[in-house]
Design a protein around this ligand. Structure first.
Ligand SMILES: [Zn+2]
Length: 368
């Protein structure tokens, strides 16, 4: 079983048979591989597309780390103004993850993929079977640089598709080359999927996308609207070759079943969502240590488990592992809190019978 009939994990040479970046650009894509055009990942799927997992898979958790350069989160987007000082903090985190039996999925972007230090570190984790590598596209730091660097173009899905594709191809090839692995999962930076991202992933044999951040609407800043997307993993295409694995966010509170309708409306009123959350009426809880207190996360986990969600997808950004690099971790106390969050969350997941899983295992457990 598996999403693909193909098994690139054991047939590395087959992957290299895929046309190179140059070929695919000049020929306008890998024609003959896909049968029908894939639906847009920006659209809400039909209920029948919900993925089924092998009996015994149960409910699992996946830890995704958006592994990327440090940059000024409050500043303008920049092609060059960034650093990789926090790499040593990833080494500490990896040790922590291994100690608690979690295999992190590092979704790496161009600056990470091209860093010798990162190649050495992350490559070692992957070779030891203690981590997985996925692809994360931050278009503003990923060649070729043809677009104007601004907030609109920071969503790769807003770029002309040929450019989104070329950036993606270069990144994917670089990762395959430098990490000797075939990444099976993709996340668009800033969750910025486009109308043709699904087809791009299928053409390049990436089995899983995890860019849909359900219950979030980025349309006010020209990004995608995922407010009505499901939390459950689903098959994107008719051929069932591409699985969408949304990041897990839930509603909590007395009005949680009205959340999809109510939350976006309240969001337009100043402070309304904060008041609702404090009153225990409606709270949106993302499973991330960034800005979400652990008490809230544990309540969110209860909701996800009660709803029978097969995979709880946790996430955070790697620069949060070093104080001062993201708005979420400003100092050592914040960093202690992040680790405390992870310790508490994983202890609770274990108590509730939710074991950690991997991308490889998810791929093998989806029934087609
Ligand atoms: Zn990112």
């Amino acid at each position: 079983m598996g999403i693909h009939g193909l098994n690139f994990a054991t047939d590395f040479s087959g992957f290299r048979g895929v046309p190179s970046t140059r070929d695919s650009i000049s020929s306008g894509g890998e024609t003959g591989m896909a049968t029908t055009a894939s639906p847009s990942l920006r659209s809400v799927p039909a209920p029948r597309q919900t993925a089924r997992f092998a009996p015994g898979f149960g409910q699992r958790s996946l830890l995704t780390v958006d592994t990327e350069e440090e940059f000024d989160w409050d500043g303008e987007f920049s092609t060059s103004d960034h650093g990789l000082k926090h790499l040593k903090s990833i080494a500490q985190f990896q040790q922590f993850a291994e100690n608690i039996g979690v295999v992190p999925t590092y979704l790496i972007d161009w600056p990470i993929a091209t860093s010798a230090r990162a190649q050495e570190m992350l490559g070692d984790y992957v070779r030891r079977g203690k981590a997985e590598i996925g692809i994360q596209l931050h278009p503003w730091v990923n060649p070729p640089f043809e677009e104007k660097v601004n907030a609109y173009n920071s969503y790769a899905g807003n770029l002309p598709h040929a450019l989104e594709r070329e950036k993606f191809l270069r990144l994917q090839e670089r990762i395959v080359e430098c990490f000797a692995c075939t990444p099976q999962i993709y996340r668009a930076g800033r969750y910025g999927l486009g109308a043709q991202s699904a087809q791009m992933l299928k053409d390049r044999r990436v089995a899983i996308d995890s860019s849909v951040r359900s219950l979030y609407d980025y349309s006010p800043s020209n990004g995608p609207d995922y407010s009505q997307h499901p939390l459950e993993p689903y098959c994107v295409d008719e051929e069932r070759q591409l699985l969408e694995l949304p990041l897990t966010t839930v509603f909590w509170g007395m009005l949680r079943h009205q959340g999809r309708w109510l939350f976006p409306r309240l969001a337009k009123l100043p402070k309304a969502n904060g008041i609702m959350a404090r009153a225990g009426l409606l709270e949106r809880i993302a499973l991330t240590p960034e800005g979400v207190p652990k008490e809230a996360a544990l309540r969110g986990i209860d909701m996800a488990i009660d709803d029978g969600l097969p995979v709880l997808v946790l996430s955070f950004h790697s620069p949060s592992l070093m104080p001062g690099m993201t708005p979420y971790v400003r100092n050592e106390d914040d960093l202690d809190e992040l680790y405390d969050w992870l310790r508490s969350v994983y202890a609770y997941l274990e108590q509730r019978g939710v074991a950690p899983t991997t991308v490889e295992e998810i791929k093998a457990s989806v029934e087609v």
